[in-house]
Design a protein. Structure first.
Length: 202
């Protein structure tokens, strides 16, 4: 198994899309799909911000540059694949810090509406992950709309920095079982998703 930062982010972003689409088709028991969409969208964005930081310079994604440099030195000496092989306790920056570094150190502007949407989703993600969450119907409906908007803004923003994002998304989570019963239907769904993604890019 191998996941780069980008591949990992794209996988989570496609998971968000799958959850939101399934939500639209489900009548009873939809809450877990929304939960999955929140967790995967937050994860995708955190990794995409880190991906851009890493493209600038890998050290930007680590909380402590001195620990990173020490690990990098040992990695080179021992001919390891990455710094985590010599220091598994290294910490990367969190969601908020990744955005700050992107704006202040890389001078890449994150639109205010996108940032606010992500911070809102991140707040809900923290409630889900660390405690509990409860919404009335009006708040819940608004939350779904914000979640869908944040997904679309994610694609729009990161496509500016990663040209292959749309094509990577169309291919993500493509699975082939041992017994293929109807390949034409799967191909149609694949083409439909590509058409949808193309409408997302301004």
């Amino acid at each position: 198994m191998k996941f780069t930062l980008l591949q990992n982010a794209v996988d989570s972003l496609k998971s968000t899309y799958n959850s939101l689409e399934k939500y639209k088709e489900t009548v009873i028991g939809r809450d877990h799909l929304v939960k999955d969409a929140v967790l995967s969208l937050n994860h995708a964005n955190e990794l995409l911000f880190k991906h851009i930081l890493k493209e600038e310079n890998e050290f930007l994604i680590f909380s402590d540059i001195h620990k990173y440099m020490s690990a990098k030195e040992k990695m080179i000496e021992k001919k390891k694949k990455n710094v985590f092989e010599v220091n598994p306790n290294l910490n990367t920056v969190g969601f908020y810090e990744a955005i700050r570094r992107l704006e202040l150190l890389c001078e890449k502007n994150v639109p205010e509406n996108f940032k606010n949407a992500l911070l809102y989703i991140n707040k809900k993600r923290n409630e889900i992950t660390h405690y509990e969450i409860e919404m009335d119907m009006d708040e819940y409906q608004l939350f779904i709309e914000n979640l869908e908007a944040a997904y679309e803004m994610t694609i729009s923003f990161f496509s500016k920095y990663e040209n292959e994002l749309t094509s990577l998304l169309s291919e993500a989570r493509f699975e082939v079982s041992l017994e293929i019963t109807d390949p034409d239907v799967e191909a149609m769904a694949h083409d439909s998703y590509i058409d949808y993604m193309e409408t997302m890019i301004p």
